[in-house]
Design a protein around this ligand. Structure first.
Ligand SMILES: [Zn+2]
Length: 485
């Protein structure tokens, strides 16, 4: 199916619909504010996503904080509150029991199951109005915050229509056309004229439409407090939180997720008509794909800080629907009993508690550790680099295993597979020390955690389909969700 440009979008499915015509008209003039705090109605919606968060990830974050900070996660702290609804969510897509982030976010964003890889276009080829377009129509300001590219699947699922999630250059132009008020994340390459195939300078186009454009942390901090904001801080994804905190240059130039969350809430809450904001901890998913326990844990903890900022924001108000969820599981990490962990000399690596303690010694992601190694690395170099990044001193057999993976031995012809990659080989070796094992390297079909409170959350209970959250949000906003377009 060809990509839909704006004209196609108007022509197919939505042409003449009240929703789209008023949405486009509204794009050129700020929506009027209105009283939206009637019973069951929400002035604001804050939707927090940990991308690719299996329950084991949340459990490990909880255990880590209890052990090292003497407190639990803000996320699980919600479960003690009588006003919080907690549910398990079915995440399957129109094309698979195992969703991708595009189909998962689209289910929330338009209320329909779509095929993996597509964003808010149903299997019959129709683009569907998105939650942020509808929110804008209902007088709300809109925002997206992520640690991936701002044009990545999860934020795009609330605001864009495209048959291919990889068409991030197109998604960037749709954000401009649809006047998303706050955009914070990575992905300058999709805005930069020297990197876009069409040569368009989207940074200039956003400025022309009145956006403040921030390209680094200082600019974000110094941006005037009102008006629309595009903040894009890295060429691609933002760094993993663990690597960010270890690098002074990154600390100076790139904001962390909690800082972006605060900036978005500060700005959007000035809009008297209210707002709808999605905040995504995107790299939890990437670390799970890599079976990288250090990267995973610390990006989950960063997302939990963002949850805390959102909870503090709504602490003294009753006009905000807060939803905290994951879009799908990934690789199912879990702390296993360590009785079976023996080293090559027949000794035990230690009890489970000691294994878990080793995670606290990890100072860099496995991506960082492996970025300093290659097929020519010596055993001494492998030992030193792994020790520097993970705090673990490998034994000779393990260095040999990792060295073979770095040399792609066995070769692809002889059975080289993803689980033989250096990344997964290192993760499997580390599992002997940390006792954290993984079921795979990809998304899972597992049900995921969902918690919500505030006006509109009352209907959430038991097991829910991911598509149901679209109705929860549109009802909370006082919008009659379109039954067909
Ligand atoms: Zn993924």
């Amino acid at each position: 199916m060809p990509l839909l440009n704006r004209r196609d979008f108007l022509r197919t499915g939505l042409a003449g619909s009240l929703v789209l015509s008023t949405t486009l008209r509204a794009a050129d003039s700020p929506p009027a504010s209105r009283n939206t705090t009637r019973s069951g109605r929400a002035k604001n919606i804050i939707f927090l996503v940990s991308d690719g968060m299996s329950l084991g990830t949340l459990t490990l974050a909880e255990r880590y904080l209890r052990r090292h900070k003497n407190r639990g996660t803000r996320w699980l702290g919600l479960y003690d509150r009588p006003d919080v609804r907690r549910s398990l969510m079915d995440t399957s897509s129109a094309s698979s029991l195992v969703t991708d982030s595009a189909a998962a976010s689209s289910a929330w964003g338009c209320g329909h199951k779509v095929k993996n890889g597509s964003i808010n276009i149903t299997p019959d080829g129709l683009p569907r109005p998105t939650i942020l377009q509808l929110a804008r129509e209902a007088g709300r300001a809109t925002g997206l915050v992520t640690t991936a590219t701002i044009t990545h699947a999860t934020p795009a699922g609330f605001a864009a229509n495209t048959a291919f999630r990889g068409d991030e250059a197109e998604i960037a132009t749709q954000y401009l056309d649809r006047r998303i008020d706050v955009l914070l994340g990575g992905g300058t390459k999709f805005f930069d004229p020297s990197r876009r195939k069409d040569g368009r300078d989207l940074f200039a186009d956003f400025r022309r439409e009145g956006y403040h454009v921030a390209r680094d942390r200082a600019a974000l901090q110094n941006t005037p407090a009102d008006g629309r904001l595009l903040g894009v801080f890295t060429e691609g994804y933002l760094p993993y939180d663990l690597d960010h905190r270890a690098d002074d240059a990154l600390i100076a130039s790139v904001p962390r997720l909690p800082e972006m969350t605060r900036a978005a809430l500060d700005r959007l809450s000035r809009h008297e008509g209210g707002f709808v904001l999605q905040i995504e901890g995107a790299r939890v998913d990437h670390a799970a794909h890599a079976n990288d326990i250090g990267g995973l844990l610390h990006d989950q903890l960063a997302l939990d800080e963002a949850v805390g900022i959102a909870l503090d924001f709504v602490a003294n108000r009753d006009d905000t629907l807060v939803i905290v969820a994951s879009d799908h599981g990934n690789a199912n990490p879990g702390l296993n009993g360590s009785g079976g962990n023996f080293d090559s000399r027949g000794g035990s690596y230690g009890d489970t508690g000691k294994c878990f303690e080793r995670i606290a010694e990890i100072s860099r992601t496995n991506s960082w550790t492996l970025s300093g190694l290659n097929a020519d690395s010596t055993s001494a170099q492998i030992r030193a680099r792994v020790a520097e990044g993970t705090g673990i001193t490998l034994i000779d057999d393990e260095i040999d295993l990792l060295g073979r993976a770095l040399r792609k031995d066995p070769s692809p012809r002889e059975g080289y597979r993803v689980r033989n990659s250096p990344m997964i080989t290192l993760a499997q070796i580390m599992a002997n020390y940390t006792s954290v094992g993984w079921t795979g390297v990809a998304h899972t079909t597992d049900h995921v955690e969902l918690a919500a409170f505030g006006p509109g959350s009352e209907s959430i209970r038991g097991m829910v389909q991911n598509t149901a959250l679209f109705g929860v949000m549109t009802r909370a906003l006082g919008i009659a969700a379109p039954t067909s377009v």
